[in-house]
Design a protein around this ligand. Sequence first.
Ligand code: FES
Length: 175
Amino acid sequence: MLATHSTSQRRRLQAVLEHASGDKRFKILEAHMKKFQFRHDALIEILHKAQELFGYLEDDLLLFISCKLKLPASRVYGVATFYHFFTLKPQGAHTCVVCMGTACYVKGANKVLAAIQEDLKVKPGETTADGQLSLLTARCIGACGIAPAVVYDGTVTPRQTAESALEQVRKWVTP
Ligand code: FES
């Protein structure tokens, strides 16, 4: 597909693009890149938007960005790892990203987040002591119609409450 990517990267990219077609967040991110005319000098802006949408910058997301901007993946990784305000793949075996955008917030995302924080003794950006769960926040993941939304291991889950969120995350951590 691109001369800037190796064969294995292209294969992974194919899988990412298939997944991306069903995930609104990728569409929002792509629209953002378009706004910047896919300019290379907008990379930091675009990484910020990606982190806002996904909570962190995992490998597949960086690969998606490098493909869309037609930049070598190494360049995108380089920038993402250089700046401290970017979070790469969290350490936890599982991830829970609570959307704190306006629509989710007014429907109680703050209560969901507070319940997880209190129950698991973990703050956003941190991983539980047993290494099982990383808690993150995002700003509007493009699912306002099903607010408040939480993304558990990449799956956008609708209308979360403190109870439903705790039921999910407690399965992952050591009691
Ligand atoms: S504010 Fe949470 S999905 Fe839009």
